[in-house]
Each structure stands twice: as C-alpha cells, then as structure tokens.
Design a binder for this molecule. Structure first.
Ligand SMILES: [Zn+2]
Length: 271
C-alpha cells in the first residue's frame, strides 16, 4: 500500500480554507486536523459548516489528532482521568456525524503520557480501562483510535506500547521524531528501523520529521536526505500504514521537508 502524504493543520492554525487550499495547491493527499490548536465548536451549525468544507474536497483524505495539552486519561487522580476520558469522547462525538458517512473509518491519534508527564502521576490499570472504553466508543461511531509512541513514558518501550494497544484493540501511530528521541534509540540499544519493525503489525498511520528536541519538544525537520533516508524508506513500505503526516510546525519547515522527500522520489517510490 502506498501511504497518503499529508501535513498537520498546526502549521496554519484555524483557517480551514487556507489549510485546504494549501493542500490542493502544493499537491498533498490530505490533512491531519490538530485538535489542540484547531478546536471544534459545540454548535451544530458550526460543526456542519466544517463538515461541508471537508466534503468540498473529495480528493483529500483527513485524519484527526485528539487534544493532548490538558488531558490525561491514564491519570491516577480520578477527577483528571475521568474528565479526560469524557472530553476525548466529546471530541469523537462532535466528529461522529461526519465519521458515520465515511466508507473507510477515519483515524484519531491519541497520546497517553503527553508533555513528558511522570509515570508516577499515572495509573496502569486506569490507562488500560480508559483506553478500551475510548477505543470502543470511537468504533461505535466508525472511528479508529491509534495510540502514538512518545519520547517519555510507557509508549517508549515497544513491549508496553503493544500491551496497551492490544488490551484496548487499538492500532498504532508511529511517530518517527519521538522514536528518534526515545532513550533506547539515543543510547543505541534500539535501532530506529528495528523500532518500526517491532510495532509494524499495528502501525496504521505515521507522523514524520527528523527528531523532537529534548529541551523544547520542537519537531525538527531533516537537513539532508541521508538524515532520514532509512526511516522514510521504511515507513512508506510498512504493510498497513495508510497515511504519513509531515508533522512540522512552520510552513517553511514543512515545505523544506516535502521538497526533500520529493527531490528524492526515485529512491523510495515503487517500494
Ligand atoms: Zn506525533
């Protein structure tokens, strides 16, 4: 399967028309709506306007990144984990009318352990229970929840990451930048492409950039083709990855990354 190549709406904030025009003009296959900065509105009229815009571009493919900044469904404090589960369900409920009309169930990426929260603040059993609940809730609305690997916490170890995904029946979003900044990869214990192999059976979606900076958590673009040749060639050849989002934060970095990949198309296309 040749994955669709997309970008994150985070580059352009909230302007749906600007985001969709950019996708068409620059030749992307679709957009990932980054629901931290791009918020949905409760009023039905506003949500319907958004869905109508999406439907005006039948050639584009859409994925969704659930909010991460102020939610943690694995938190050991019941008020936090409970409200987080409800809040994430709310977002899925907002999208449900559009999801139910799609032939291919749309994907939603989820974090457990965002913003380098300490594992001490989390509860493993709560994580498993709430992941299962959220996954089932989305499935009833034709959505597929994918659990992303981060650079700190349970999802940094492929074994614990798979345990969580298996328990809840979730697929995986493989984030190449978080993977490159993973302590096991930085220490040389785990090679980046072996990491992708370890999760490959469950990977349905990919976030792509070079690495996440350790101090500020910035998504860094590759400087040269050789920086990412091996991992890019790997992710575009994963058996079940439907889509790859270039998850950069500025238009300049996005364009630079896209051009780098397209300039080297002959080296990875046809794989
Ligand atoms: Zn990501």
């Amino acid at each position: 399967m040749k994955p669709k190549i997309m970008f994150s709406s985070r580059v352009f904030g909230n302007d749906v028309q600007v985001i969709l025009d950019y996708a068409v003009t620059e030749g992307y296959d679709g957009v990932e709506w980054y629901l931290n900065s791009f918020r949905l509105r409760t009023s039905k009229k506003h949500r319907e306007q958004f869905f109508e815009k999406l439907d005006q571009y039948p050639g584009l493919y859409y994925t969704f990144h659930l909010p991460t900044v102020d939610v943690e469904l694995a938190h050991r404090e019941p008020i936090i984990s409970g409200a987080s589960l409800g809040y994430l369900q709310l977002y899925i409920e907002y999208l449900a009318p559009w999801f139910l009309k799609q032939d291919v169930p749309p994907v939603l990426t989820l974090h457990v352990g965002s913003n380098s929260i300490s594992v001490e603040e989390l509860d493993w059993e709560v994580a498993l229970t709430n992941l299962k609940q959220l996954g089932d809730f989305a499935a009833q609305r034709n959505g597929v929840v994918l659990l992303e690997n981060l650079k700190v916490g349970w999802t940094t170890d492929p074994k614990t990451h798979l345990q969580m995904a298996d328990h809840a029946g979730l697929g995986i979003t493989f984030d190449t930048g978080h993977a490159a900044s993973n302590p096991l990869v930085r220490s040389g214990e785990l090679h980046l492409v072996d990491y992708a192999d370890a999760l490959s059976q469950k990977i349905r979606h990919v976030h792509f950039y070079a690495y996440e900076s350790l101090d500020q958590g910035r998504h860094m673009p590759p400087e040269t083709w050789m920086d990412v040749a091996e991992i890019w060639s790997k992710v575009v050849a994963l058996p079940d990855a439907q889509s790859v989002v270039l998850e950069l934060s500025t238009e300049e970095e996005l364009a630079k990354t896209f051009d780098l990949l397209m300039d080297n198309k002959d080296k990875w296309q046809g794989r």
